[in-house]
Design a protein around this ligand. Structure first.
Ligand SMILES: C[S@@+](CC[C@H](N)C(=O)[O-])C[C@H]1O[C@@H](n2cnc3c(N)ncnc32)[C@H](O)[C@@H]1O
Length: 236
């Protein structure tokens, strides 16, 4: 079994390697469902004229661009990531999108956001939190940069534990995904995905970690029989 890379530098290097084929493989491996989930996330971002929005672990910027499209009323959009190659792709996609709102894309870890306290009305992280080495620290940072009452949206995979769906997902995550990922991109990175999902919080653990950090979970959605979840948490 592949070990979870223990350092942020190794995780960044891995995402640098998969960046060129990242969007293509996302669409292929999720049968384009990822775009539907990103739209659902954007729909849960609160309406805030001149609002400020942060997308952490933004990758190639898909969620940030979706939110920008759904929320033209927001006045400032910030995307951060630790992979320079992913951010470079995000920058070209933002430039090609013709967005009117100011967008900043910055190389920055979710564990130590170089951003002011209580600045953002909403923060999101999609398929990113499981990659963060110190997840509790990242949750504390999201809490710090949100305004009181601000909304945190987390989109993430969770491996179903029992039953036929669990067996199907294990097979898909451990066999199909590394096989297809290996054909088009970096096989080791696509072997790491199931490992990272397996070592992530359970839905209950995430709810507790959010509560302990000062958030209250107020809603969410579940897709693929619970294998993918969108969690909406509000800063108390
Ligand atoms: C699976 S991708 C998800 C990208 C994007 N959010 C999406 O939905 O397609 C995970 C991203 O998390 C980033 N990442 C990993 N650890 C991070 C950290 N500590 N802080 C910020 N970004 C991180 C990676 O560089 C990568 O771009």
């Amino acid at each position: 079994m592949i070990q979870r890379p223990e350092s942020e530098a190794k995780i960044a290097a891995m995402f640098d390697r998969v960046a060129p084929k990242y969007d293509f493989l996302n669409r292929l491996l999720s049968a384009r469902q990822d775009q539907r989930w990103r739209k659902r996330l954007a729909a849960m971002i609160p309406f805030r004229p001149n609002g400020r929005y942060l997308d952490c672990a933004t990758g190639t910027g898909d969620v940030l661009l979706t939110v920008a499209g759904v929320h033209p009323e927001y006045g400032e959009l910030v995307g951060t990531d630790i992979s320079g190659e992913m951010l470079a792709l995000a920058k070209s996609k933002v430039a090609a999108s013709g967005l009117k709102q100011p967008v900043q894309l910055q190389l920055m870890s979710a564990e130590s956001l170089d951003l002011p306290d209580s600045k953002f009305d909403s923060v999101s992280i999609s398929f990113g939190l499981r990659n963060v080495v110190q997840r509790d620290q990242a949750l504390r940072e999201f809490h710090r940069v949100l305004v009181p009452g601000g909304v945190l949206l987390i989109l993430e995979f969770f491996i179903p534990k029992r039953g036929l769906m669990a067996a199907l997902f294990q097979f898909y995550f451990h066999t199909i995904l590394p096989f297809i990922g290996g054909i088009f991109s970096d096989r080791e990175a696509y072997k790491y995905l199931p490992q990272s999902v397996g070592s992530f919080y359970s839905p209950d653990e995430l709810r507790q970690a959010l509560y302990d950090t000062g958030f209250t979970v107020e809603g969410g959605e579940s897709y693929l029989f619970g294998a993918c979840r969108l969690v909406r948490a509000v800063k108390r």
